[in-house]
Structure formats: structure tokens, C-alpha cells
Design a protein around this ligand. Structure first.
Ligand code: NAD
Ligand code: ZN
Ligand code: ZN
Length: 341
């Protein structure tokens, strides 16, 4: 079968000689409908976040059940499912609470399919347990694939700040890409806060306005923080969601977040923050959440089925993976690119 393989630093190749896996025991074989292209792949490819192993990329996966191992019950061929991405041990307390993204054993094992183990940029994908599947019912797997990360990650980050996202407050979203464009819609649907969106190009800012941002600011402007403070006034932004995570965006976040606010850094842009007592308002919670829980993914599926979130999708072939990654490096993708076998 065909697969998009990571061979090492800046070395991604589309190959045709991968054997189609056969599921045993608890395993499930999926026929892939779509695999989303996440910016985290670029951190792996360009910066070597996951090293020393060759594997199939793609950690935002959806498809149809093709075949199940002898222990699997409750699924039949053709059922449409998402693959929950962070694969935990399945036994520890966070895993029992469905928070496999915070599995006690994360430091001892590969993170999951497409992140050290074989992922979904292929004709078929082997999932180690049906525990990691979430049914999508009438949703199309091609369109639904990015729900597993581009929607789940911002959903989980927003949910933890929800009590602070009241109608008299401001929320700043930095980066209106794959995750950010869904974050805007989730905020619009489940929070009351007024949204200020930041990106670095005019088309992304126009896109943000369409998705519910009341204000848009180009974060390349030297006075971006002052522009935001002009909108928020003295109370500043109760929540800042940074989907870039560069030193410059973290710096912007610290300047615009309010007393007792949340500064949530989702982006893995390798930024640094030097704590100083005067550099951060009192009471700020600075967090770096990772992905979301399995039950939160079910809630995200609910939002998509109710048409409360729409993922803007570009469809591409597996063969075009390297071109798509290059367009992502240049910030040219609107919404999410999905590779379709
Ligand atoms: P993306 O490439 O689709 O979008 C990034 C967006 O940020 C683009 O619109 C780009 O124009 C914009 N941008 C770049 N520099 C900016 C700046 N200085 N100010 C404002 N906007 C800027 O990326 P994505 O797939 O949405 O991922 C975003 C980040 O989140 C990546 O670093 C990714 O690795 C990370 N991520 C983290 C988690 C997690 O669980 N913590 C999960 C998924 C992705
Ligand atoms: Zn991702
Ligand atoms: Zn665990």
C-alpha cells in the first residue's frame, strides 16, 4: 500500500511498498478516508521533534473499519470512525478518565500513530485498540479527520478557560491556521467573550472576521499589543490562546492578558519566556495544554454534527504530501489540508 513516510530530518517520501497490516487481538484496521496535515508534522520534519525512527506520518485520521482483531466487539466493516490521536497505556488513572493525552507513561512510549508509530497518511492504518476509535455516524471521514486535533485541541484549551470567557470579557486568539480557525468557531458557539484575532497576513485576518472575530490585528505590527489594549481598555484580555508559541507571540500574550487571566500556549513554536514578577500581571495562569481527552473528542463530534463548527478543507492526494508541507511552511493553507488516499 501507499504511505507518506518520515525517514529523518527533512526527509519525507511517498512509498508504495508498505505491507497492509493484519489486525490481531484488540487491533483494528481502518481504510483511511482522510488524514489532516498538522503543523506539528513540520516540527517533526524540520526540527526533529521525534528522532531515530522511520514511520508513516498523519496523526489526524478518520476512515472506515476494514477488519478487526478477534477480541474486538461493537464495530463492523464500513463503520465511520475517528482515531483518537494520543495513545496512552489505557490503564493509568488519566487514561481511565479518558485523558490519554496526559497518560502517566507518556515519557516512556511513542505518542501515537503519526507521532513515532505508523499513522494515517496511507491507504490503511492499524489502530492498537478499538478504545481509540470515536464513531462519527453520518459525518464524512474526509471532512471529519481534522476534528481529532485541529478541533479537539482548541476545544479542550477553551473548555478549561470557559468560566472566564464571559460576555463582558475579551479573548485573544493568536494564529488563525488549522487550529486557530476552529478555535474562533468554538469560542463563537460556546463562550460569550468578544474575540480579537491575530495573524500575519491580510487574508487570514479577513478569514478570522468571517469566523466570528469582532476585531483583527496584524501581530507583525510593532504596536500590536497597544492596538489590542486600545480595544480592551484597562481590563485587558481575560484569556489569550496562542496557536503559534513563538517568543514574539508569548511576549504579546503577556502584554495583553489581564490580572487573573489565562495565557494558554498551544503552539509548539519553540518560544521562550523569562519569568519576571513585573512581566506578568498577578494571578495569571500560564499553561501549555496538550491535545484533549477522548470524551472531549466525542463532544467535538457533537459540535460538528450540529453544524456549529465547519472545518475549511483543502483536499490533496498522498502523492502531494511534500508540496502541501511546503505550502504550510509558507503559511499558505487556508484552514486545514487533508490528504486523501
Ligand atoms: P498552521 O500552520 O495551520 O497555522 C499557523 C497559523 O499561525 C498560520 O495562519 C500563520 O499565518 C500564523 N502565524 C505564524 N506566525 C504568526 C505570528 N507571529 N503571529 C500570529 N500568527 C502567526 O498550524 P496549526 O496546525 O494550526 O498548528 C499551530 C501550532 O499548534 C503548531 O505549532 C502546532 O505544532 C501546534 N499544535 C499543538 C498541539 C498541542 O496539543 N499543544 C496540537 C496541535 C498543534
Ligand atoms: Zn497535530
Ligand atoms: Zn495511561
Amino acid at each position: 500500500m501507499k504511505a507518506v513516510r518520515f525517514f529523518g530530518h527533512k526527509d519525507v517520501r511517498v512509498v508504495n511498498d508498505i505491507e497492509r497490516p493484519v489486525p490481531k487481538g484488540d487491533e483494528v484496521l481502518l481504510k483511511i478516508g482522510g488524514a489532516g496535515v498538522c503543523h506539528s508534522d513540520l516540527h517533526i520534519i524540520d526540527e526533529g521533534t521525534v528522532v531515530g525512527t522511520v514511520f508513516t506520518l498523519g496523526h489526524e485520521n478518520a476512515g472506515w473499519i476494514e477488519e478487526v482483531g478477534e477480541n474486538v466487539e461493537g464495530y463492523k466493516k464500513g463503520d465511520a470512525v475517528l482515531v483518537y490521536g494520543p495513545w496512552g497505556c489505557g490503564h493509568c488513572k488519566p487514561c481511565q478518565q479518558s485523558k490519554e493525552n496526559y497518560c502517566d507513561h507518556q515519557s516512556e512510549q511513542a505518542y501515537g500513530g503519526g507521532l513515532g508509530l505508523d499513522g494515517g497518511m496511507a491507504d490503511y492504518m492499524l489502530v492498537p485498540s478499538s478504545r481509540l476509535l470515536v464513531p462519527i455516524f453520518d459525518l464524512d471521514p474526509v471532512i471529519a479527520a481534522p476534528l481529532t486535533d485541529a478541533a479537539l485541541t482548541p476545544y479542550s484549551a477553551i473548555k478549561r478557560s470557559l468560566p472566564k470567557l464571559m460576555p463582558d470579557e475579551y479573548v485573544v486568539v493568536i494564529g488563525v491556521g488549522g487550529l486557530g480557525h476552529v478555535a474562533l468557531q468554538i469560542l463563537r458557539e460556546i463562550s460569550g467573550a468578544e474575540i480579537i484575532a491575530c495573524d500575519v497576513t491580510e487574508d487570514k485576518l479577513a478569514f478570522a472576521k468571517q469566523l466570528g472575530a469582532a476585531y483583527v490585528i496584524n501581530s507583525k505590527d510593532a504596536d500590536a499589543a497597544e492596538q489590542i489594549q486600545k480595544i480592551t481598555g484597562i481590563k485587558k484580555a481575560k484569556v489569550v490562546l496562542d496557536f503559534v508559541g513563538a517568543t514574539s507571540t508569548i511576549d504579546l500574550g503577556t502584554k495583553v492578558v489581564s490580572l487573573d487571566g489565562d495565557l494558554t500556549i498551544v503552539g509548539l513554536g519553540g518560544g521562550h519566556y523569562q519569568y519576571s514578577m513585573n512581566g506578568l500581571p498577578f494571578g495569571v495562569s500560564m499553561t501549555n495544554p496538550y491535545w484533549g481527552s477522548r470524551t472531549e473528542l466525542m463532544e467535538v463530534v457533537g459540535m460538528a454534527r450540529q453544524k456549529k463548527i465547519h472545518i475549511e478543507i483543502e483536499k490533496h492526494k498522498l502523492d502531494d504530501a511534500n508540496e502541501v508541507y511546503e505550502r504550510m511552511r509558507q503559511g499558505k493553507i487556508k484552514g486545514r489540508a487533508v490528504l486523501i488516499p
